[in-house]
Each structure stands twice: as C-alpha cells, then as structure tokens.
Ligand binder design. Structure first.
Ligand code: NAD
Length: 438
C-alpha cells in the first residue's frame, strides 16, 4: 500500500480517531485544531477525550513519527495529498446546521493546498455540500469528495478499523478511488458513489436509527398500558433478521451529538426538496414525548402527593452521559431531563464514571451537583434515577445503597439493572415498558 500524506482538520471524536487510525494504517498524518491547549496536550500524547484504545494509538503514532499535531488547518495541509475535514457541524439556535467551521476550513486552506490534492469531508454535512464546497474553494486542480463517518462514540477506534462499510462519494471516479485506497488495509466493503448519495447515506442511516428507537419507546409505553413486557417483545423482534436486534432497547429518549441534529437537518433537506417527511417528524415528536413521559414517571415514583410533587425532593442520579462508554454530554437526554426535574424543584446529586474519572474535568450541568461516588449521590435521596447504562452500575452494593437512601426506590430508564438483585435489597424497581418489581 502506498503511504499517503494526510491532513486531518479538527481533532474531536471523529478527527482524532481518524488521524490516529490512518497513522496506524501506515500513512503520514498531520492533525490540526484551532484549540492551542488541545494541540499542545495531544502533542504530548495526552488524549483529551474518553475513547477505548485511542491513547495507545496516539502514543504509537507519535512514537513512530507518523502522527503529528499542529495549530491551524493552514499549517497541516502543505504536504498533504489528502485533506480530511472533521470539524464540528452543530445545530445553531434556530435549528439550522451551523456550517461556519466547515466553511472556515475551506477559507483557511484554499491557497495552501497542493495541486492534485483531494479534499474529503468526513463531517456530517447536508446533501449538496460537496458541490457547494467545490464552488467555494474555487480550485479546479483540487477534487472534493465525501467520506461520511459512521463510528460510535465509546468504540470509535474499533468502529473506524472494522467498519460495516466505507462510503466514498465524488463526482470524479479518480478522486473517489484515491480516497478508497487509503482504506486498502481494512477488511470492509467499499462503496464508491456520487457525492450527493454519500452525503445522504449518512443522514438516512442515522435517521433510520432514530426512527427505530422512537418506535421501540412507543412500544414500551404501550407495554406499560397493556401489561406486556418490552424485554420479551424486543427479544422476539430482534430474532427476526429483517428487523435485527440492535437499537431495540427502550430508554429515556435518544440524544447525543448526532441523532438530534441529524434528524433536524434531514427534515430541512426534505423541506427544501418539497417533501413533508412526516415519519421522521413523528419520530422526533415521539422522542420529546419520551423525555416528558420519563420525567412524569420519576415525579410519580419519587415525588410527594402534593400539586408540586418534586418541589424540594432530593434525587440521586446514576449517569449523565448520553450513553455508556463516552464522556460526551452533548444533547444527552439525561441532562435535559435532569434540568427539567431541577426546574420542577428537585435537588439532584449525580454520579457518572466518565465525569468523575474522565480525562477532562466535568462540564457543569445546571441544577445538578456532581459527586465522585454513587453512594454519596444516593445519600438521603427520595429515590434514585438511572439514566446511563454504565456496566459498573450493575455491580453496585444494593444493600449499602438501600441503607443510604431515604426511600428505597429506583427509576431505571434503561432497564439496565437486575430487578431481582434490587428486590433482595428491598429496593423497588421501576423500569420502562415493564411492570415494576416492588
Ligand atoms: P467535535 O466537536 O468533537 O470536534 C470538532 C473539532 O474541530 C474540535 O476539536 C474543534 O476545536 C475543531 N475545529 C473547529 N474549527 C476548526 C478549524 N477551523 N480548524 C481546525 N480545527 C477546528 O466534533 P465530532 O464529534 O468529532 O464531530 C465532527 C463531525 O463528525 C460532525 O459533523 C459530526 O456530526 C460528525 N460525526 C460525529 C460522530 C460522533 O460520534 N461524534 C460520528 C460520526 C460523524
């Protein structure tokens, strides 16, 4: 395999993972970020996010000399034959996608790119972006390609190196093949397509997952009403190979840095194509409803009988990140529900393994006190709420937990705990889509 000179712009979850993995495949990779502190720490081998195997991979890249970090996109691209843009595309206040960082990168590198180089967008961007960036760049000697990323936070290195598929889209077959060749060492199906299809594939995948999760959450609500058990229902559903077992667990609503913004962006894309994507809108509405439903359940189970059931009520919280294995709090359903509970007068004390022991200090969640110990979170509480499915929560000492709780009750929004273990400790368990075990 030919060794390529690659620049990766943006060293977040996607960029840092891509940079370190591409270096591990034997390429020479220069990663750039705008954040000087991040660049300095990464240059010392200090990984700023919580991702399995990433620190080791970054260290190996630095030691081999194949991976370096620089400040600013302009610095990174001078020698590059391929430039990956991996900057953030967050949702702006008005619900539109904020493409400021993507456009800023183009302006920063325009006059520094080598002739013949390929510019690849890895960030999740709306359909038509490759065509728009080609015009903005104004460099006929530079091809633009789309190579959407499907990695999951928490398992990003594994997912990058063992993807279900690699998708590369470009108007020029030569550019697409150039990008595909970078992945030659991976044992993964390669799909070469046009740029618009590649851009749409990413949204179509994420929106499908959001619809699947909303569907399961509504089935869970139905289970509660009719006395069925969501665990039994989804186990049987998942055995059907046409449906598949993944993304079938009910929860407090979907969230994270991708699904909420990607579903919104897809709605905008559909609108601009004169399509009313009712199904997707319904999935988003169902997600809002799920968060409200979980808030109501917590108030019912842990609150008082008064008109303001949560006023002055202390709640212990287990987990705040949007899922286990990551330290990412962006658009976490846990933080959204916690803030709503706080608005309703509850006092929340939370423990999350990633926020206590993660590689960066905990980000403040308004209205929530973060502590370093799960039993401290539970102390004197009128109930516990589990939001995140951290494996270690299964191994908590429930006898000790019962002793420190003011009321021995838990709302398990992920159906993550063993209700029988809780029953043995005389803690009442309230899951989602299933009868309580009290
Ligand atoms: P992130 O916020 O973690 O990282 C973005 C990085 O880009 C930050 O370090 C920021 O400082 C840097 N940056 C911003 N402007 C820059 C510039 N002009 N030059 C250099 N660096 C700059 O974001 P992320 O989670 O890695 O996501 C990046 C993109 O990938 C988004 O479009 C996202 O939707 C998509 N994506 C994310 C995931 C995920 O799980 N996080 C998965 C697939 C796709």
């Amino acid at each position: 395999m030919r060794r390529h000179n690659i620049a990766v712009i943006g060293t977040g979850y996607v960029g840092l993972t891509a940079g370190a993995c591409l270096a591990s495949l034997g390429h020479r990779v220069v990663c750039a970020d705008v954040d000087p502190a991040k660049v300095e720490r990464l240059s010392r081998g200090e990984v700023t996010i919580r991702e399995e195997s990433l620190p080791e991979l970054v260290r190996a890249g630095l030691d081999s000399g194949l991976l370096t970090f620089v400040l600013g996109a302009g610095e990174a691209v001078r020698e590059a034959d391929t430039v990956f843009s991996c900057v953030g595309t967050p949702m702006s206040q008005d619900g539109d996608l904020d493409m400021t960082a993507v456009d800023a990168v183009i302006d920063e590198i325009r006059d520094r790119l080598r002739p013949g180089c390929v510019l690849v967008t890895k960030s999740t961007v709306p359909v038509g972006t490759a065509a728009r960036l080609t015009r903005r760049l104004g460099r006929p000697d530079v091809q633009v390609a789309s190579n959407p990323e499907f990695l999951r936070e928490g398992t990003s290195v594994h997912d990058f190196l063992h993807p279900d598929r690699v998708v590369v889209g470009a108007e020029s077959r030569e550019a697409a093949e150039h990008v595909a060749a970078l992945y030659a060492k991976l044992d993964a199906p390669m799909m070469i397509t046009d740029a618009a299809s590649a851009e749409l594939i990413k949204y179509a995948a994420n929106c499908f997952l959001a619809v699947k999760l909303s569907y399961v959450n509504v089935i869970a609500e139905l289970c509660e009403r009719v006395g069925a058990d969501i665990g039994q229902v989804t186990t049987a559903l998942g055995m059907d190979h046409r449906i598949g077992g993944a993304f079938l667990r009910p929860g407090p609503g979907w969230g994270g840095s991708c699904l909420p913004k990607d579903t919104r962006a897809m709605l905008r894309t559909a609108e601009s194509a004169d399509i009313d994507f009712r199904l997707l809108r319904a999935a988003i509405d169902a997600n809002v409803h799920q968060r409200e439903r979980i808030t109501d359940k917590i108030a019912r189970v842990c609150g008082t009988d008064s008109a303001a059931p949560l006023d002055g009520v202390r709640l212990g919280v287990l987990g705040l990140t949007f899922k286990a294995g990551t330290d990412d709090l962006r658009d976490s359903p846990a933080t959204a529900i916690a803030q709503e509970l706080s608005r309703l007068g509850a006092e929340l004390v939370a423990y999350d393994p990633a926020l206590s022991t993660g590689s960066h200090p905990p980000e403040p969640v308004p209205g929530v006190t973060i502590v370093d110990d799960p039993y401290q979170a539970a102390k004197g509480a009128a109930g516990l709420v589990l939001f995140t499915e951290w494996p270690e929560f299964r191994d908590l000492d429930w006898g000790r937990m019962a002793a420190v709780l003011d009321r021995a009750v838990i709302v398990d929004t992920r159906n993550h705990l063993d209700p029988e273990a809780l029953r043995a400790a005389r803690i009442a368990w309230h899951g989602v889509g299933v009868r309580p075990v009290v």
